[in-house]
Design a protein around this ligand. Sequence first.
Ligand code: ZN
Length: 224
Amino acid sequence: MRFALVTGPLRWLIATHQVAGGEPARRTCAECGTRLWPSVGNPFGRCPFGHRVGAPAWLVEILVIVSIALVVLLSGPRPAAAFWLGCAIVLGTIDGLVHRLPLPLVGVMAGGTAALLALDAALGGGWDNLVRAGLAAAGLGVLFFLLCLPRNGFGLGDATLAVPIGLALGWFGWSAVLIWALLASLLAGATGVALLLLGKASRQTRIPMGPYMLIATVLAVAIS
Ligand SMILES: [Zn+2]
């Protein structure tokens, strides 16, 4: 039951933002008009009348269990890591479903992570970690903003997502940033090639970058 107190709100956030860019957040099931809260909190990814809403069945639940294990294993800023992972589950799933990263949610992720990291630094986690996190966030943010200008697959959402990703990577060291850059390109590249070979994508298909950037962050922190 307590588990659903975490997964329910995450599922609700995903379902309400499962709309095309520019459209307002959804409050009801698109098929039958049932209010999404609290009906969408179940693990089956369906409204009470069986229509698909939000994240696929059990996806959020599995990701939350993995996240709890990661936070328990982490020797570092656990509150910031838990908050970051919760936001990553929501944003990664939304990006995978409707290929967008809502700016207000990315802003909450960046602001909340920065505040919790600052609290950890103040409580003895180390100011040098916080400074490096800030530098990495600013650096990756600017770099991805420049990358998205020529419209080569990176969108503005990816550029803003680079800020909370930079915060997480920078805290753990510059080696994490380098490992992340390598892993993110490998993951996205391998998926792109696999989709081309399977005939499920053409060269023009835009792959959502958010999930790869987020998964690569978790792997890079784990490795470094
Ligand atoms: Zn429905």
